[in-house]
Design a protein around this ligand. Structure first.
Ligand code: CP
Length: 337
């Protein structure tokens, strides 16, 4: 077990070895048990985390703030309008200044082509750990909680499970690509055969797919891309249908910013039948679980009967966001030097 993680940034899971990720999972389980027993675990007493949210959040904001409170520290809930970021202060200066005041910086910035770079620039100049609370490339706090949930349902040996991440229709807004990208990076490293399904315009950032192929090859598992939701669902163990935007497609076509919204909606409306239905769930194995990071666009992405049904583990996933982020914070902001 690798335990010397103090000061390490949590930006992309691919920067963490499998052994280090196992430590996060072990500590998450330990802290989940402590929480269940009502036992104190004030591992970050008097420590401060600065949380900067460039977008809305229910799960990430509240699990991270609750984690800091329960670990005995405090989290500042910041948005760009509360900071000089809104007047153009650079990530370099923000990172250096916050490092003089506290013990960790956590950032959500999902702007396409911007978020990941922003977080990495803060990290380059910060002398305290930087935690990615979701960017345009990865959502590592989500994927590690998802892995914990899968292990709770199927046991710790996940080799051979068929994991399906499928695009779904959702008219509300164009979601980032970081959840599917984070999942295709992490699940092959834990032995799962991954199927990625989407209508052809909704492809992911090419470099993330290249990394997924590399992880699949290194771990001797399958990684397959299909453009048919039924085909993907057949004989699956884990179903993870969720929507994402066609950001890279519009970017590759050189569509101007002001036209992107309309063109994105037109494309989306071509694929209204990409819904997770009870019929589709029956194509998977009987013991298959339904996952979603939430918020779900109920009635569009998924039928209520599925998300509220016996195969759904969405609230277990949401719960595990607390235990896993607690482990990440305790190991990187506290822990061994
Ligand atoms: N799953 C997730 O990241 O949810 P929030 O956007 O509510 O944080």
């Amino acid at each position: 077990m690798k335990t010397m993680l103090r000061g390490k940034d949590w930006i992309e899971t691919k920067d963490w070895s499998k052994e280090e990720l196992e430590t996060v999972l072990e500590v998450s389980k330990y802290l989940k048990i402590k929480f269940a027993l009502g036992e104190e675990h004030r591992l970050l007493q008097d420590k401060t985390l600065f949380m900067m949210f460039f977008e809305q959040s229910t799960r990430t904001r509240n699990s991270t703030e609750a984690a800091m409170t329960q670990l005995g520290g405090h989290a500042h809930d910041l948005t760009p309008d509360k900071m000089q970021i809104s007047h153009g202060e650079t990530p370099k200066d923000t990172g250096q200044v916050l490092s003089r005041y506290g013990h960790g910086i956590a950032i959500r910035n999902c702007f396409y082509g911007i978020g990941n770079k922003y977080i990495k620039e803060v990290a380059e100049y910060a002398s305290i750990p930087v935690i990615n609370l979701q960017c345009d490339v990865d959502h590592p706090c989500q994927s590690i909680a998802d892995l914990m949930t899968i292990r709770e349902k199927f046991g710790e040996n996940t080799r051979g499970l068929k994991f399906v991440i499928s695009w779904t229709y959702a008219p509300a807004y164009a979601r980032p690509l970081s959840v599917p990208q984070g999942l295709i990076w992490l699940m092959p490293r834990f032995g799962m055969d991954v199927v990625l399904a989407y209508p052809k315009e909704f492809y992911l950032m090419p470099h993330t797919v290249e990394w997924a192929k590399r992880f699949a090859e290194e771990n001797k598992v399958k990684f397959e891309i299909v453009h048919d939701m039924d085909e993907a669902f057949r004989d699956a163990d884990v179903l993870y249908p969720k929507s994402w935007g066609c950001h890279q497609y519009l970017f590759d076509q050189g569509v101007p910013e002001e036209e992107k919204k309309k063109l994105g909606m037109d494309l989306l409306n071509k694929y209204k039948d990409w819904v997770c239905t009870e019929r589709r769930m029956k194509l998977a194995k009987k013991h298959a679980i339904y996952m979603h990071p939430l918020p779900a666009d109920r009635g569009y992405e998924v039928e209520d009967a599925v998300i509220d049904g016996p195969q759904s583990v969405v609230f277990d996933q949401a719960e595990n966001r607390l235990h896993t982020v607690k482990a990440i914070l305790a190991l990187t902001m506290g822990g061994r030097p």
